[in-house]
Design a protein around this ligand. Structure first.
Ligand SMILES: [Zn+2]
Length: 149
């Protein structure tokens, strides 16, 4: 019998009947390849026997299931919604609580600034004119002396 006729998985699991089992053992004693295959099968079964038995889940849930969707009121508990609500409330409070702008005060400040600029401008203009007159007088005196000489 060739090697392919022996089911070493069935042998290792104890599923072979007496006569077939004896024949397989006789073959394995004389065939290194089959002994190796049987040893590998036994090693795999030993490894499997160390695994813990677990109950398969009765139902598999998907992320898209309704169970995972938040209820409408649960949106208020999310951090992003709470943050947005806080900012909106801060804007509203600021809009109603800030002091009203006094138009008269603004007009007073602007008028004072304009008056300051005009006064400075007139002062500078006067100073420039006086300087100009002084220079003119000096030039006149110089010219007068030159004419006399
Ligand atoms: Zn063999």
């Amino acid at each position: 019998m060739s090697c392919s006729n022996y089911d070493w998985n069935a042998y290792a699991l104890g599923e072979m009947t007496g006569a077939a089992r004896g024949e397989a053992e006789a073959h394995a004693a004389s065939c290194a390849a089959c002994r190796e295959e049987l040893a590998g099968t036994r090693l795999m079964l030993d490894a499997l026997s160390t695994l813990r038995e677990e109950e398969p889940p009765r139902r598999i849930a998907f992320v898209s299931d309704k169970v995972f969707e938040p209820r409408w009121w649960e949106i208020f508990r999310t951090p992003s919604f709470a943050g947005a609500l806080l900012i909106a409330m801060a804007i509203l409070v600021h809009a109603f609580a800030r002091p009203a702008v006094d138009q008269k005060e603004i007009q007073t400040v602007v008028a004072r600034a304009v008056a300051d600029v005009q006064a400075n401008y007139q002062k500078q203009l006067l100073a420039d004119y006086e300087e100009y007159q002084k220079q003119e007088r000096l030039n006149y005196m110089k010219n007068a002396r030159l004419v006399r000489q």
